[in-house]
Each structure stands twice: as C-alpha cells, then as structure tokens.
Write a protein that binds this ligand. Structure first.
Ligand SMILES: [Zn+2]
Ligand SMILES: [Zn+2]
Length: 344
C-alpha cells in the first residue's frame, strides 16, 4: 500500500495527537466549592479553598464571602519552578492568606522553596489584587499585568499574534494573547494536563465584551492552536452561573447550586459563531452569556437622558400653561372690576 504525501502527513498528525493524548496527566474535578452565604457575617467559612486537580496542579478558589468575585487561581508545579496564574481579588493577607497558602504548597528544594513565577490572565483588579503579598518574598517573581510587561516578558513582538512557551522543568505551558474581554488578556495551555486556563476570556459566566472583533479573532486563534492538541478542560476565572444556567446577581456573595467550573473544547468552538450573531449588547447561551457592559451602560445612560429631557419638556409646558392661565385669569379679573363708563 502506497500513501500519498497528504495521507502520510495526516497519519503523522493523528499519530502525534494520539501520542500527546496518551501522555496527558489526568485530573480530578470532583469537588464542591464553598458557596458563600446569604449572610456572610453569620457564616464562618475558610477564605480560600484548595483542590489538588492532580499532584502538581492546584486549583485555589477564593470564597464568595471574602469577595463576591470568588476568583479561581491556578498553581502549576514543574521540576524547576512553579507558576501561579492570577492572584485574585483581595490584597489584605489577613482576610485572604494567599501567599502563605501558595508557599505552603510549593515543594522544598534543599533549604528553599521551589522558585515561583506569578503571572496574570489579564489586568482587571480581581485577578491581581493579591500581587502585593508576593512582593519581596525570596524566590518569587511577579510579572506585572500591564501590556508592556506582558509583551516584553513573554516576547510577544507581533501582539496579539504568536505563542510563548514557559518551561517550568518537565512541564511546558504555552501562552497565547487573547484580547477581547480586556486588551492585554492571555490564556495558558498546560501541556502536562492538557488544560486551558482561560481567565475571563471563557468561563461559565458573563463574558464581558470590551472589543467584540478582537474577542472573536482571539477565539479563532485559540481554536486553531488547539486543533492538534488534546484538551481535557477549559478552566476560567469565575463561576457566575447556577446549575440551571441562570446568572447569579452581580455582586452576590452567595452561590448556591453552582454550575461546574469546567468548559470544553466544544464551548470554545461555538464562540466565533456566537460572536457572528452577537447584537453587540447581550446574548445568552447555555454555558455563558455575552455581555457588553460598556454598551449597556451607554444605552442605559442614553435612556436616562431621554427620560430626563422628556420630564423637563413636560414641566416647561406645564409651567407655560399655568402662566397663560394665570395671565388670562388676571385679565378677566381686571375687566370685571373696572368702573362702568358713565352714560353721555
Ligand atoms: Zn476581567
Ligand atoms: Zn474577573
């Protein structure tokens, strides 16, 4: 049997994918995340919950009672260094002992801990408020979340094109620009566990759209990158949907009956089409909601202005009518009280 060049390439691609898939370290997502409370003052819950997805990958969830954003953070351990993706919504180490928790999870290397690199999916404060806790800690490097720092650290010369590679030692994490939710957003692909860490770019919640065309293009690039790679799960920065796909109220600290954290490759594959039909304001899907906060706020502001203008117009008309009536009444009153002209 002779294979054509095209068939040979296809065969090699399938073989490479199969080999890759065979090496993926499986993980466990069988965990119930603490759900916060309707009255946090009456409910004592640990501020941070740690779940070992597999022995070298930890998922950290900030309790909704500590901050309504209830961020998910991810700690990946390699043989030479560890990587922390995002530092969450709380700065105060007394309310959120993030650095202590992370440092405790790091393996020892002789007299020190494994070096730690702290990076971010994007610049929104709820993903980097905990940075301060790592400042000055020996063996820890924090990469700032601004675009210049992200571009220069990862070596993105053609932003938002390109893929960077972080070698943690026997574990490579790929980094891809993914603007759309926020202009310096990146996503991480862990080759060991075949997990995409997607931040607020893709998660079971409100995908706040800052730039719809950029968002769609980022989805297309990520889909293309993952075409030949296995994907176990896509893990984002928040859960904002319950198990029936209803969104929680914005700002709530109570997440009863939460939907599962993980999304799938299929959810990502559906994203470009979702943007193709996006009305620019709001679109609801079973696993996420597209939501253009800026446009909705602008629309609400415009509606408020129109209503205010209408109220002012009505008031001006009422005042004018009242003045006319008063002038008419004065005229009538003056004519009825005027003295009669004597007859000639
Ligand atoms: Zn965000
Ligand atoms: Zn966020």
């Amino acid at each position: 049997m002779r294979l054509t060049v095209r068939q040979s390439l296809l065969f090699a691609l399938v073989l490479a994918s199969a080999l890759c898939a065979a090496q993926v370290v499986p993980g466990n997502l069988d965990v119930h995340w603490n759900e916060g409370a309707a009255d946090c003052a009456k409910s004592q819950q640990p501020p941070i919950q740690v779940h070992a997805y597999e022995p070298q990958t930890y998922i950290l969830r900030q309790n909704p009672c500590a901050d309504f954003e209830a961020n998910f953070l991810y700690l990946l351990i390699g043989s030479e260094k560890a990587l922390l993706i995002d530092t969450g919504a709380v700065t105060d180490r007394n309310r959120m002992p993030l650095a202590d928790t992370v440092l405790r999870l790091l393996p020892d290397t002789g007299s020190a801990k494994l070096p730690l690199l702290v990076v971010h999916t994007h610049k929104h404060l709820d993903h980097r408020a905990g940075d301060e806790q790592f400042v000055g800690v020996p063996g820890v490097r924090v990469v700032s979340a601004d675009l210049d720092s992200v571009r220069s650290f990862f070596g993105f010369t053609q932003w938002p094109e390109g893929v960077a590679h972080l070698d943690l030692g026997n574990r490579v994490v790929d980094v891809l620009p993914a603007p759309g939710h926020q202009f310096c957003h990146v996503v991480f692909y862990d080759e060991r566990a075949a997990v995409v860490f997607s931040g607020d770019f893709l998660m079971p919640g409100r995908l706040l759209v800052d730039d719809a065309p950029a968002f769609r293009q980022s989805a297309v690039r990520l889909i293309d990158f993952l075409k030949t790679r296995p994907v176990s799960h896509i893990l984002g920065g928040h859960i904002e949907l319950d198990a029936t796909s209803d969104t929680y109220w914005f700002g709530t600290q109570y997440h009863p009956n939460e939907r599962a954290l993980a999304l799938s490759r299929e959810d990502l594959l559906a994203l470009p089409a979702a943007f193709a039909h996006f009305n620019g304001f709001y679109a609801r899907y079973s696993d996420y909601v597209l939501f253009s906060q800026n446009r909705i706020l602008a629309l609400e502001a415009a509606v408020v202005l129109v209503v205010l203008a209408f109220i002012v117009w009505v008031m001006i008309r009422l005042v004018k009518r009242w003045r006319r009536k008063r002038a008419y009444a004065k005229t009538r009153s003056a004519s009825s009280h005027s003295p009669l002209t004597p007859a000639a």
